[in-house]
Design a protein around this ligand. Structure first.
Ligand code: UGA
Length: 441
C-alpha cells in the first residue's frame, strides 16, 4: 500500500518505519528541511531502541522516503496519517493547530479518494473538525470528492515503541465507513499475529479510548503511590502489597509500581486534557483531579524524606542523583520527577551531581551551565563527595551496584531510593542508611 505520514516526530516516525518494514511504500512529510535531509540520510535525533536501524534498512530498501513537499505527500498515499504534535495549551487542553493545519493541507491538495487517519492524541470530536477543515478547503477549490476520516490512536510506550507497534496488544480503529474499516483492516493484517487485534468502533469512542487508557494507568500509579505513603506509616511494605493484589487477575501485576510519580509527555498531558474536555461538557472528573494532585506531590516525596533527614537548609550540601529521564530507555525529561526534585533541591540551596545513561545532553539543553548542577560520567562519579544519593530512574545499570564502594565514596552513606530497587536489609547490611518508597524505614 502507499501511505503518507504527516509529521516525523516520535509517533510519525515509528508509524512510518514500522509500516514500511512490513512492505508498504511510505512517504513521511515534515516541514523542517534540516530534519528531512537528516532522515533521508537515515540519521535520527530521537532516542528509541531499534528505530535507527528500522529507518536505515527501510530507506535502503526504497520503501521509506521523506519529503518537505506537502503536495507530494498528499498525492502519494491512499492513506494519509496525521501524526503531528498536540502540545498542551495554557489551560491544559490539547492545542489542535497542527492537526487542523495538516487537515487543511490535505484538503488543499487532494484530487482523488483518500482515507485520512488521525494518529495524534486528539480530544473527542477532532475527527469531525478535521473533516470540516478538509471540506472547507475542497469547497474553496470547488472540488467534489469522496473522502473518509478515521481515528487510529497509538499506544506506544517510549523506549518500547517499535516493539509496541510491531506486536500490539490491540489496534483501535474508529470509523464511520466500510471503506475506511476495510482499508485499515488490510493495512494491519501483518500485525495481527495469532489472534484478532483489531477493535473496530465509532470514531468518538476510539478518540476517548486513547485518553481513557492513559488516565486509567495514571490512576493506578497515583493510587499505588498513595497506598505506599500509607503503608510507610502503618509499618507495611508496598512491594508485598503489590504482589498481594497483583495476583488477583482482575487487577494484574502491570503498572502497580509505587515511586516518585509518573512523568513523560503523555500521562501528565492526557490526564489534564481529559479533565478539560470533561469540564467543557459539564462532567467533572473528580478522580482524575486527585490523580494529578497526588502525582504532583509524589514527585517530591524523596525531597520530603531528605529534608526530614538533613533539615530545610541545604546550603552547602551536595546530592548525587541517579537518573534524569522520566523512565529508563529514553532521554526524555518532559515532566520528569528528576526535574521537580532538582529544582526543589536548588531552591533549598543544594548542589546536584547527576548521572543518566542517555539523558545528560537533554539535561544540558534544559538547564545549560549552572553552578549547582554537575553532570558526571558514571554512577560512581556522582557519589564522590555527595551527602546522599537519590535514585530517580530505574535504569538497569543501577540495579546491582557495589554497595561497599558506594559507602566509601559518599560523604554520608545515605540513599533515598525512589524506585525501590534494592532489598532494604541488603543495603543496610552494607552500612548504608536507606530510605525507599512505601516500605517502613
Ligand atoms: C504511555 C502509555 O504507557 C502508552 O501506552 C501510550 O501510548 C503513551 O503513554 C502515549 O500516550 O503516547 P509512556 O509515556 O512512554 O507511555 O511511558 P510509560 O511507560 O507508560 O510510563 C509513564 C510514567 O509512569 C513513567 O514516569 C513511569 O516511571 C511511571 N510508572 C509506570 C510508574 O510510576 N509506575 C508504574 O507501575 C508504571
Amino acid at each position: 500500500m502507499k501511505i503518507s505520514v504527516i509529521g516525523t516526530g516520535y509517533v510519525g516516525l515509528v508509524t512510518g518505519s514500522c509500516l514500511a518494514e512490513v512492505g508498504n511504500n511510505v512517504l513521511c512529510l515534515d516541514l523542517d528541511a534540516a530534519k528531512i535531509e537528516a532522515l533521508n540520510a537515515s540519521s535520527i535525533t530521537i532516542f528509541e531502541p531499534g528505530l535507527q536501524e528500522l529507518v536505515r534498512t527501510n530507506v535502503a530498501a526504497g520503501r521509506l522516503h521523506f519529503t518537505t513537499s506537502v503536495q507530494e505527500a498528499v498525492a502519494f498515499g491512499q492513506i494519509q496519517f496525521i501524526a503531528v504534535g498536540t502540545p498542551p495549551d495554557e489551560d491544559g487542553s490539547a492545542d489542535m493547530q497542527y492537526v487542523l493545519a495538516a487537515a487543511r493541507s490535505i484538503g488543499l491538495h487532494m484530487v482523488e479518494e483518500k482515507l485520512v487517519v488521525n494518529k495524534s492524541t486528539v480530544p473527542v470530536g477532532t475527527a469531525e473538525r478535521v473533516r470540516a477543515a478538509i471540506a472547507e478547503e475542497l469547497a474553496t477549490r470547488d472540488v467534489q470528492l469522496t473522502w473518509h476520516v478515521a481515528s487510529n490512536p497509538e499506544f506506544l510506550k517510549e523506549g518500547a515503541a517499535v516493539e509496541d507497534f510491531m506486536r500490539p496488544d490491540r489496534i483501535v480503529i474508529g470509523t464511520d465507513s466500510d471503506f475506511a474499516t476495510d482499508l485499515l483492516r488490510e493495512l494491519y493484517v501483518p500485525f495481527q499475529r495469532n489472534h484478532e487485534r483489531l477493535v473496530v468502533m465509532d470514531i468518538a469512542s476510539a478518540e476517548l479510548t486513547k485518553y481513557a487508557a492513559n488516565a486509567m494507568l495514571a490512576t493506578r500509579i497515583s493510587f499505588m503511590n498513595e497506598l505506599a505513603n500509607l503503608a510507610e506509616k502503618l509499618g507495611a511494605d508496598i512491594e508485598q502489597v503489590r504482589r498481594g493484589i497483583g495476583s488477583d487477575q482482575r487487577i494484574g501485576y502491570h503498572f502497580l509500581y509505587a515511586g516518585t510519580g509518573y512523568g513523560g509527555s503523555c500521562f501528565p498531558k492526557d490526564v489534564q486534557a481529559l479533565q478539560r474536555t470533561a469540564q467543557q461538557v459539564g462532567v467533572p472528573l473528580r478522580v482524575l483531579e486527585a490523580v494529578e494532585a497526588t502525582n504532583n506531590a509524589q514527585k517530591l516525596v524523596l525531597v520530603e524524606k531528605l529534608v526530614a533527614r538533613f533539615g530545610e537548609n541545604l546550603r552547602g550540601k551536595r546530592f548525587a542523583m541517579w537518573g534524569l529521564a522520566f523512565k529508563p530507555n529514553t532521554d526524555d525529561m518532559r515532566a520528569a520527577p528528576s526535574r521537580a526534585i532538582m529544582e526543589r533541591l536548588w531552591a533549598l540551596g543544594a548542589t546536584v551531581q547527576a548521572y543518566d545513561p542517555v539523558a545528560m545532553d537533554e539535561a544540558r539543553r534544559l538547564y545549560g551551565d549552572r553552578a549547582d548542577l554537575q553532570l558526571v560520567n558514571s554512577p560512581m562519579d556522582a557519589l564522590k563527595g555527595a551527602d546522599a544519593l537519590l535514585i530517580v530512574t530505574e535504569w538497569k545499570p543501577f540495579k546491582s551496584p557495589d554497595f561497599a564502594l558506594m559507602k566509601q565514596l559518599l560523604n554520608q552513606p545515605v540513599v533515598f531510593d525512589g524506585r525501590n530497587l534494592y532489598d532494604p536489609a541488603r543495603v543496610r547490611a552494607a552500612g548504608l542508611e536507606y530510605f525507599s518508597v512505601g516500605r517502613a524505614d
